[in-house]
Design a protein around this ligand. Structure first.
Ligand SMILES: Nc1ncnc2c1ncn2[C@@H]1O[C@H](COP(=O)(O)OP(=O)(O)O)[C@@H](O)[C@H]1O
Ligand SMILES: [Mg+2]
Length: 305
């Protein structure tokens, strides 16, 4: 498959700081690629080098087969960019805003078409300053589309939004993929990467520490699933399970059993019934990207909004 973006041994140094430290990765055409990592990881620096806005200290970047150093102008025409914490003209309406940005490019698509894709039609005459945070971000995504780009870069498009507004922006992003666009999404929200991304690269302190699909990452770096038994005689249950070779322990009054094979859950429940040990509730906890990140870095991926 042809690549939308190829990055090789990319480094960016600021004084003593290696903001981006020798990273390499590829983004396939038509996929949503998420660059996931905490604040300060080097995501914006990387994405702005790909967008031809910052120049690398070392390394090579190809966008749509062209070198960013040589073909800056051509690349700019073919990509759309929503910068981090973007703010537009306060006293322009949505339609005026899109018209303004659209006129900056040689090639542009119909503004009504963009408003359809991003679901902004009924807001077209509202002033930007009067829009909610979620709508402002959707206008930002719409601006990134005015030149009908092949690749759309969205840097932290939902930071600070409430869950409902975040979901609306997610729907807009999912719509871009349906349009056949490649989406490069930068985020520190693992749910966002989980929900939207075909491929995920996890960035930490300037380096890519892991890369793959969600399933691949969880399989490789996640914890095993855990069966939880709540509201029973936990000590007794844990002892009985340990005697039978299970990895069980009591945590906060519940029994936690590490699951190795899928069938183990049924085996455990049958075994406890045979033993006459009862409990009130059963729950299964699967691993998520948070576990993956913790496992890779020893740190938690901050979940503040
Ligand atoms: N122009 C710059 N000059 C000096 N340091 C910078 C500059 N841009 C970014 N940095 C530093 O590089 C690191 C990575 O920043 P950034 O790429 O913005 O990370 P992220 O987008 O993942 O939060 C941070 O420590 C930041 O302070
Ligand atoms: Mg950033």
């Amino acid at each position: 498959m042809e690549c939308a973006i190829e990055v090789e041994n990319l480094t960016k140094v600021y004084g003593d700081l290696k903001a981006v430290d020798n990273i390499s990765f590829k983004v396939k055409k038509g996929e949503v690629f998420a660059f996931l990592g905490p604040n300060g990881a080097g995501k914006t620096t990387t994405v702005e080098m790909i967008e031809t806005i910052r120049s690398p200290t070392r390394g090579r970047i190809k966008v749509l087969g062209q070198d960013v150093k040589k073909s800056t102008k051509e690349i700019k025409e073919r990509i759309g960019v929503l910068p981090q914490e973007f703010i537009s003209f306060e006293r322009l309406t949505v339609r005026e805003t899109l018209k303004y940005f659209s006129n900056l490019y040689k090639k542009h698509i119909d503004i009504d078409e963009i408003m359809d894709i991003i679901d902004l039609k009924d807001k077209e005459n509202e002033l930007y300053m009067n829009l909610s945070g979620g709508l402002k971000q959707r206008v930002g995504v719409a601006i990134a589309l005015v030149n009908d780009p092949d690749i759309v870069f969205l840097d932290e498009p939902t930071t600070g939004l409430d869950p409902r507004a975040r979901r609306d922006v997610w729907n807009a992003i999912a719509g871009l993929k349906k349009q056949g666009k490649t989406v490069f999404l930068t985020t520190h929200y693992m749910e966002e990467a989980e929900y939207l991304a075909d491929s995920i690269a996890i960035m930490h302190r300037g380096r890519i520490v892991a890369e793959g699909t969600l399933d691949e990452l969880i399989q490789k770096y996640g914890k095993r699933s855990t069966l939880l038994l709540k509201g029973g005689r936990a000590e007794e249950a844990a002892e009985a399970l340990k005697e039978n070779g299970y990895d069980a322990e009591v945590v906060d009054g519940d029994v936690e059993i590490k699951i190795v094979k899928r069938d183990a859950v049924l085996d455990i429940l049958f075994y406890l019934r045979e033993k006459g040990i009862s409990y009130r509730e059963v729950d299964i906890r699967h691993s998520d990207l948070e576990d993956v990140f913790l496992n890779l870095t020893g740190e938690k991926l901050a979940e503040e909004t």
